[in-house]
Design a protein around this ligand. Structure first.
Ligand code: FAD
Length: 379
């Protein structure tokens, strides 16, 4: 039943908004905040299905990154140099929006640098460093990538397996939970209403407004807005089946605290398919989606022995070869991938805008996509 038992007051005060944003992840909240910056007096409502954001934004590894060397080289192959550079610039810009908006302390931002491990098979990537640096120079004003000859020893990595380490001083890391809490607080303080436990099941542009049907505890409630932004990441096709976005599950583990831990910074290998970092004196390690692309193309949370065992083996053999550790926790989150590997902000009708396509790098890109989506909503 729709709105059947709503009071006069509820209908009068709760249902109609200038803007509704569906999805309370980093893109959804950033879109709502950027709309507020453009429309100071507008009423803005965020509808989030989870008790708190329940996709990728509270599950991620917290790398404030814009692409490792081998990832950038792989992107050159897939989408060309110009598109690769464009997306790096948008990530870098997005990261600045996030840091300026919330402040480094509130998001637990630390800049220990980024490091990419190259095994023998990838060592030839080093030959391309000068070229990549020259392309990135206009954005960063100095070299981004260089071989660090002491890193293997410094971080206690397995010297028999790791051929070399490429350093990127611009990379940082955040506390994902603090960042999302700070973003939620920032939005609330600016009069953005956030409703959780509010799963949107249908939306339609009627020609004058957008009707948004939400399910909560078995009841349907119909909201309406002059403009709607859909920011539900991998689940966008549930509401807009015409859009193509593929889910990709990311599995992660974290160790218990390790005495005298030498790992410090944000590390990647294998074109970004594996990533690890320190969280205080713990190691967080994730990835391995490339071991089973088909199986991991799912929007179901869950862990698989194949990937978890591989993560554990790599932790023992490559990352902490001389250090005993215990694994304290494991989890998964769901990423969304655009077919072009580019972010997508588009209108699907006059009053419905969609923003997605962080492609596994939403910490940096999320605020930029939100800003672009807000501009489209308000145009
Ligand atoms: C394990 C893992 C590690 C990662 N590590 C990093 C990293 O280190 N650095 C980095 O930059 N990126 C990382 N990412 C990617 C990053 O988290 C994402 O790119 C980013 O969070 C995407 O933000 P989003 O707002 O588009 O999506 P989401 O965070 O998924 O937000 C979408 C929201 O929409 C809600 N929703 C869905 N359907 C509905 C509906 N019908 N009605 C209402 N609400 C709905 C969901 O509950 C969800 O909260 C990682 C991702 C994962 C899974």
């Amino acid at each position: 039943m729709n709105n059947s038992n709503l009071s006069f007051w509820e209908r009068d005060s709760y249902l109609n908004r200038d803007f509704i944003v569906i999805g309370g992840g980093i893109i959804g909240l950033s879109t709502a905040i950027s709309i507020r910056e453009r429309a100071p007096n507008a009423s803005i409502l965020v509808l989030e299905r989870g008790l708190f954001p329940s996709g990728a934004s509270t599950k991620n590894a917290g790398f404030a990154c814009f692409g490792s060397l081998t990832e950038i080289l792989s992107d050159y192959e897939r989408i060309g140099e110009a598109a690769t550079l464009e997306v790096i610039e948008r990530r870098w810009h997005g990261l600045h929006i996030l840091r300026n908006r919330l402040g480094d302390q509130a998001i637990g931002f630390e800049q220990y640098g980024g490091y990419e491990l190259l095994f023998d098979e990838q060592a030839s990537a080093i030959e391309h460093i000068d070229h990549v640096n020259s392309l990135l120079h206009p954005l960063f004003q100095r070299d981004v990538f260089s071989v660090n000859p002491t890193a293997i020893e410094q971080f206690g990595l397995n010297a028999d397996l790791v051929n070399s380490v490429v350093e990127n001083p611009f990379e940082g890391q955040i506390h994902t939970g603090k960042m999302m809490q700070a973003l939620t607080r920032y939005a609330s303080e600016r009069g953005i209403e956030i409703r959780t436990g509010a799963k949107v099941v249908h939306l339609s542009d009627t020609g004058s407004r957008v009707e948004v049907t939400c399910r909560h505890e078995g009841e349907s409630v119909n909201f309406s807005a002059t403009h709607v932004a859909v920011c539900t990441n991998a689940l966008i096709p549930d509401l807009l089946p015409e859009l193509s976005i593929k889910p990709g599950r990311g599995q992660v583990l974290i160790t218990a605290p390790i005495e005298n831990l030498r790992i410090k910074g944000a590390f990647h290998f294998d074109e970004g398919f594996y990533y690890f970092r320190n969280v205080g004196d713990r190691v967080l390690f994730g990835g391995g989606r490339n071991l089973d692309f088909e199986g991991e193309e799912t929007s179901e949370f869950g862990l698989t022995p194949n990937i978890q065992d591989t993560l554990e083996q790599l932790l023992t053999s490559v990352i902490l070869p001389d250090t005993p550790f215990n694994i304290e926790q494991r989890w998964a989150g769901i990423m969304g991938f655009s077919t072009t590997k580019m972010p997508v902000v588009t209108r699907v009708s006059e009053r419905i805008t969609v923003g997605f396509g962080c492609n596994g790098m939403g910490v940096a890109l999320g605020s930029e996509i939100g800003s672009t989506a807000a501009a489209m909503c308000c145009a």
